[in-house]
Design a protein around this ligand. Structure first.
Ligand code: SF4
Ligand code: SF4
Length: 483
């Protein structure tokens, strides 16, 4: 295995050998990101607010008597968008999850890490809540860096305490929201009412998870994306030169160099002039605004990098600079490497077409299964531990019946035997109306007169379960008899 010797790496290539957030001696280099402002930041904030509202409210909303979103793994109760799933629907959940994974693969191959920048909970929590609290309490990056480098004054101490207290409270809130998804909001509110000491088995893990969230957002931060997140790792295998990503247009920006006020004024007065500097240098004014705003501390001008979460902060920062110097926006923009180099991009590479075919097939299967999903699920089994019984009217076998009513309405059902002719079915006790979203378990006897069956044991028993006049299940089961 070759090891890169960082001491001999050229300064321009140093970013390949070092992480922006790790010093050469291995110690953490804290990233003091500047607050971004601009159209992409505004759009991302709006998306984040909508997603946060969805995340927080979903377990507390009820639709048709169900929590809007519930993922109770222990009790195997799942409600997604108010649509309840039962354990026997697990294949649908698994296939939907697979479809989601393929969707992410397809979207990554075409539009890059849109997930990371716009949708990932880590990014949304960190950039929308925690970092904003930090800016509010500790000020901008320069103030933060100066304070952290200085002694523990009263000013530094109170800001540290208030910030971490608020971080802890928000982390505790996040942990409670996730808990509401797992154990249901009604159960959670019941526990809150009882007090933490009445449910220490829940409260202690809750505090542990709060601590994890707190440490991730207060200390670990971008390291989660850069070092831990598996998506960030396999992303490099999914993208190519045609993938859309936050990209620096080096053909326009290089050779970068500092701009003077005179340059800018000369540019502005050059009526109808091109946007190339008189000196022949590119449009990048080497102001480092795109670097100081980056939450992972990288320089996007070095090209697409694994550490880039496509948060768009550098687009806004650079657009602001371009506005100030009177050049067109978009020196950093959403585009592909191929578009920058050759002026055109090919979205539909063979790889993307292959992903798209898999995605279409998978989505078709998932949608078809959802559409064909029965409102009532019927299961008939012979009763364990019983055998056939001779009665005055014939031979009798004992069966178990389970019906899951997945609808929000009560349902009346009947069970009739259609094969063999002459067989009699007796429900014990008689079937009652099925409650909405419930499992009904009952038993029944099937008696077949000797004149019909004799001593045969190879009979196929066919039953039909109806709700009103609608047949909901046609079931075959086995028969047991002897000499
Ligand atoms: S913000 Fe734009 S102009 Fe400034 S260094 Fe970055 S790419 Fe160059
Ligand atoms: S390089 Fe730009 S898009 Fe990538 S993480 Fe940094 S600021 Fe965000």
């Amino acid at each position: 295995m070759s090891v890169i010797d960082v001491d001999v790496v050229d300064d321009h290539e140093r970013f390949r050998a070092e992480l922006a957030s790790v010093r050469p001696d291995g110690r953490r280099k804290w990233i003091y990101a500047r607050k971004p402002e601009g159209r992409f930041t505004t759009a991302r904030t709006l998306v984040a607010v909508v997603l946060l509202a969805f995340l927080v409210l979903s377990p507390f909303l009820h639709v048709g008597g169900h929590q809007f979103m519930l993922l109770n793994v222990v009790r195997r109760e799942f409600v997604i968008l108010g649509y309840p799933f039962w354990p026997n629907d697990f294949y649908l959940i698994a296939l939907s999850f697979l479809a989601l994974l393929v969707s992410i693969v397809l979207f990554t191959a075409t539009v890059g890490r849109v997930w990371c920048g716009w949708l990932c909970p880590q990014t949304i929590f960190l950039e929308t809540i925690f970092r904003r609290l930090e800016w509010l309490i500790e000020g901008g990056p320069k103030e933060q860096a100066a304070r952290h480098a200085g002694p523990w004054t009263l000013d530094r101490t109170w800001r540290f305490v208030v910030k971490n207290l608020l971080f802890w409270v928000v982390s505790f809130g996040i942990a409670n929201v996730f808990l509401a998804y797992l154990i249901s909001s009604d159960t959670l509110l019941g526990y809150v009412n009882d007090g933490p000491f009445a449910h220490l088995d829940v409260f202690i893990p809750l505090v542990l998870f709060t601590s994890v969230f707190f440490l991730v957002f207060a200390r670990f931060r971008e390291q989660a994306c850069v070092i831990v997140c598996p998506y960030g790792r396999f992303m490099s295998a999914l993208v190519d030169e045609n993938t859309i990503a936050v990209t620096y247009d080096f053909t326009r920006g290089e050779q970068r160099s500092k701009w003077t006020k005179a340059d800018t004024d000369a540019k502005r007065t050059a009526a109808g002039g091109t946007f190339t500097r008189a000196s022949g240098h590119g449009d990048c004014v080497d102001c480092y605004q795109c670097v100081t705003v980056c939450p992972t501390g990288i320089d996007i001008r070095n090209g697409i990098q694994l550490e880039c979460v496509n948060c768009t902060a550098c687009i806004d920062a650079c657009d602001t600079v371009m506005d100030k110097v009177g050049l067109p926006r978009g020196l950093i923009r959403y585009t592909s490497k191929a578009a920058v180099e050759e002026g055109k991009t090919s979205w539909l590479s063979t790889r993307v077409k292959a992903y798209a075919v898999v995605w279409v097939v998978l989505m078709s299967v998932v949608i078809s299964l959802f559409v064909m999903r029965n409102d009532l699920d019927v299961l008939v089994l012979r009763q364990e531990g019983t055998t056939w019984v001779r009665t005055p009217t014939g031979t009798t076998n004992f069966y178990r019946l389970q019906i899951i009513n997945k609808t929000s309405e009560s349902r009346d059902v009947t069970v009739d035997i259609i094969e063999p002719k002459g067989a009699i079915i007796t429900m014990v006790p008689p079937l009652r109306s099925l409650e909405p979203h419930s499992i009904s378990r009952s038993r029944f006897l099937i008696t077949i007169p000797d004149s019909v069956v004799g001593r045969r044991s190879d009979l196929d028993i066919r039953l039909v379960v109806r709700s009103g006049t609608t047949t909901i299940s046609d079931v075959s089961t086995t028969w047991l008899t002897g000499q």
